[in-house]
Design a protein around this ligand. Sequence first.
Ligand code: GLP
Length: 257
Amino acid sequence: MARASTSRTPSSRPALGGPARTRRNSERLRQRLDELVAHGDAGERLPSERELASDFGVARMTVRTALGRLERRGLIRRLQGAGTYIAEPRLAQPPLLTSFTEDMRARGIEPGSQMLGQRLEPADERVAKHLGLAVGDQVVVIERVRTGDGVAIAVERAHLPAGRFPGLEAVDVVEGSLYDVLAVEYGCHLRACSQRITAEAADAHAASLLGVPEASPLLRIERITRDVDGDPVEDVSSIYRGDRYELHTEHLRSPDA
Ligand code: GLP
């Protein structure tokens, strides 16, 4: 496996002493780590804490703090006893209404699903409100673990009005895309969605479905998707791995500002 090096042209700045030198060495270490992470490849191993401490003339604790900062931002992974590695880049959801399948394919990643449940259920108050139904009306629930190149990225639970999509509870959405099924089988074309995004820590169940340690950061995305006539078509609650996924948004400034 490739290994990043810390070597650089020696600094030409005058020698400093005491706290000023410590600060400058820590700053050089942080800058160098940022460079390694920005230009290195995913999976590349970083020098050990001991090497970094000695190369930059800083305490091991300073190195740990600098690495902790990168780890919290999801840029590196520290594996107990096995070293520190540059993390896989996050998968971006663009500011367009796209399906999971489209998001993955756009990045050359093979989308996949594991079915957790696909059934008819009476709508509760929240789902009924979001889908413009009466409480107790039938909805199709589709619960899937979504994978990219076989790795779990998200768990999605979608509710769709059963009256609008008869038989959807039996259509295969493991191999294919739900949005393709809506378009091809039901002539339903989607136009817009609104999303509410919040942060949460993985509980034991989510952690086991996503293959991450308990308490790992997750993004919860609650989406209501509407068709070309503005009617609500799906109400989806998803959790995405915070270390593998990011959302891009665009905002227009009000013309009155
Ligand atoms: C995204 C959305 C979901 C939607 C899904 C459809 O993940 N967040 O709301 O249900 O795409 O994906 P696909 O068409 O790949 O089944």
